[in-house]
Every structure is written in C-alpha cells, then in structure tokens.
Ligand binder design. Structure first.
Ligand code: UT7
Length: 330
C-alpha cells in the first residue's frame, strides 16, 4: 500500500515594508503612551506600506518571489496560489489573481480567503487538502494584510495595534509524513459584532453616510475580543495536543498569532510551554492580521530543524480560530 501523501512546507518567504511607525510616533497622533502600548499589547513598532499606489499584492509578490528563489523554481511552476487577507487590493478581482499576474504565475489558479487573523491557518489547511488529494503539486499559501488601509489613525483603541506585512509558504507532497499533520478550525459568526468593518460590503455599500460615520475602518471592542481570544486560542491549542496524544514537551515551537502578548502567554501556559519555545515578533511588527504566523516562520526558519513538531494557533474576527500541527520538513 502506498504511503499517504501529506503537504510539506518546502520554502518560506516574507516581506515587511521599510517604514516604521513607533509608539513615540503614535504619541504625537493620539492620546496614548509607550508605557500603555507596551504593557497592554507588547508592541513597540509596526511597519507601514506608505508608498501611494501600493497594495496588499505588492507585499505578497516579494514574499512569494523569495520562496521561489529559495526553492529554485520559477513562478510558472506554481499550480495554485491562495491569499488569506481582509485587505484585498480591490473587492474583486481577487488579490490572488493580481499576485499571480505580477509574479508571472501563468499556470496557476487561485483565490482569496477571508478569515481575518485566522486566515493563514484556514488557507494552509485548504492548500494542504489540495496537495493531499494528489491533484496539485505546488501550492503557495500567502498571508498578507495592509492593515494601515483600514485603520483609523485618530482612534487610539485600534491604531496602536496593527501593521502591514506578508508571509508565504510553498506546499509540496511528502510521502515521508512531513508537513501539515492535523488542524482544528472553528468559526462563530455571533462574534461578528465585536470585531468588524461595517461598510463597503453588500450590507452597507459605500455612501457619504458610511464615510462620515467612519464605517470603512476596522472596529474592535477590545475587551470582549480579548476574553474570547484568550480562551479560544488556548483551548484549541490544548485540544489539538490532546487529540494527537502530545504534551508541551513534544512541541519544539508555538507559532501564535501576534495580537497581544498576554493572549500568547496564556496559550503557551495552557500548553505547558516555556517562553523560549514561543515565536514572538509582535514588538517589531504589531498585528499584521493574516501575515503574523508566516512572518514568524520566515524569521525563525533557520532555528527550525527537520522533524520538529510545531503548533500554529490563531484567533480573529468572525470569530475565527484554530490550531494546526506541523512536522517541519526543511
Ligand atoms: O487579532 C484579532 C483579535 N484581536 C485581539 O485578539 C485583540 C484583543 N484585545 C486586546 O488585545 C486588548 O483588549 C486591547 C489591547 C485592544 C486593549 O487592552 P485592554 O487591557 O483590554 O484595555 P481596554 O480596552 O479595557 O481599555 C482600558 C483603558 C480604557 O480607559 P478607561 O475607560 O479605563 O479610562 C481605554 O480608553 O485604556 C484606554 N485605552 C488607551 N489608553 C492609552 C485604550 N486604548 C488606549 C491607548 N492608549 N492606545
């Protein structure tokens, strides 16, 4: 009997814009201070895509180009490209289409996936299924968000939290059991009231009223989301370990969504993991929504060893949340 095909991560790429927005910069823009931001979130600075005319696809492209270079393949070899994002270049066509066009990925099909901060995990599981089915050999999964496009820089509740960036992984078939081993993914639409962007969709199309009411910006009731996020992310990560008969000792790294250091600490504690096993770059990039997890993989890839078991975990708007178990393959 032939070995089951799994989807291995065979290359990682990332991109963050050069421009930095520090806590000191924000102190000049809204009534906030470095001490509050650091202690409540862990964030010190974020990257912002400032150049006019550039959008989410312009960060996805260099991230994918980096992974193609590392793997030594051309864009034409990509079979499918998925972009997880809540800040698409346009409502349509999909950012995946625009990214493929800019890359010269002429033989690829693709689509966008919107699951907010859990977008990368949802897209990774979707991409892995395409590989596991045996139908596709090279699937690229991107997490990319230009959050600065939907942040109100007069609202101190949200503007200190978010940044821009993109990360990408290449999935290829493995017959040795490497790659995405398991995922538990969840959604609960009753949470939509706490974290959303009210206008610009079919419910509230753009109008003078929606612009005046600032309904085209990300809205968050921080405390409510915090409560759900702490429980949701920690519970699902613990559930994934239990389901796979693992304990924290079996796990080399936790790769958490970077929304708030306190949520990350709670998840690590629940899994029985020490701080040195937790990837953390929130201090430099803030919350880049779908990009946080692949950006961690990008930055930590030299420390990862073939065979390492790692857990990815996220919680975000929707609500959406989940955890994914990976056996590292490069
Ligand atoms: O990634 C998607 C999922 N999102 C999350 O996981 C985010 C979850 N939520 C959080 O991380 C936290 O709730 C925040 C970091 C957003 C806020 O922290 P908090 O400890 O929940 O603060 P809070 O919203 O309860 O606000 C406490 C106080 C308030 O003042 P009063 O009413 O106590 O006088 C706020 O007005 O802090 C005030 N505040 C600020 N003060 C200085 C809110 N934002 C700021 C700010 N600077 N930027």
């Amino acid at each position: 009997m032939s070995q089951k095909i799994t989807a291995a991560i065979t290359a990682v790429g990332g991109y963050v814009p050069e421009d930095k927005l520090t806590n000191a910069d924000l102190e000049k823009m809204v009534d906030t201070n470095d001490e509050w931001i650091r202690t409540r979130t862990g964030i010190e600075e974020r990257r912002i895509l400032k150049t006019p005319g550039l959008a989410t696809s312009d960060m996805a492209v260099p991230a994918v180009q980096e992974l193609l270079k590392k793997r030594g393949i051309s864009a034409e070899e990509i079979d499918c490209l998925i972009v997880a994002t809540v800040t698409p270049d346009m409502v349509f066509p999909a950012t995946a289409n625009l990214t493929c066009h800019k890359l010269g990925a002429k033989n690829a099909w693709g689509f966008d996936l919107a699951a907010a901060c859990s977008g990368f995990l949802f897209a990774l599981t979707t991409g892995a299924s395409l590989i596991e089915s045996g139908r596709f050999k090279k699937v690229v999964v991107v997490g990319a968000d230009k959050m600065s496009a939907i942040v109100d820089y007069t609202d101190r509740n949200t503007c200190v939290l978010f940044g821009d960036g993109a990360g990408a992984v290449l999935l290829e078939p493995s017959e040795e059991g490497y790659g995405i081993l398991d995922s538990i993914l969840k959604t609960d639409g009753s949470g939509s009231q706490f974290l959303n962007m009210k206008a610009g969709g079919s419910l509230r199309p753009a109008s003078i009223e929606t612009v005046t009411n600032k309904e085209h910006f990300a809205y968050q009731e921080g405390q409510s989301v915090f409560k759900f996020a702490v429980k949701g992310m920690a519970d699902v990560a613990a559930e994934l370990l239990e389901k796979n008969n693992l304990t924290g000792e079996d796990i080399a790294w936790l790769v958490p969504h970077q929304a708030n250091k306190r949520i990350i600490d709670a998840t690590a504690n629940r899994m029985g993991l020490s701080q040195d096993k937790v990837m953390l770059n929130i201090q430099r990039y803030g919350n880049t929504t779908a990009a946080t997890i692949p950006l961690c993989l990008w930055e930590w890839q030299n420390q990862l060893k073939k065979g390492d078991k790692i857990v990815l975990a996220a919680f975000g708007g929707g609500f959406t949340w989940g955890a994914t178990l990976i056996k590292w393959s490069i």
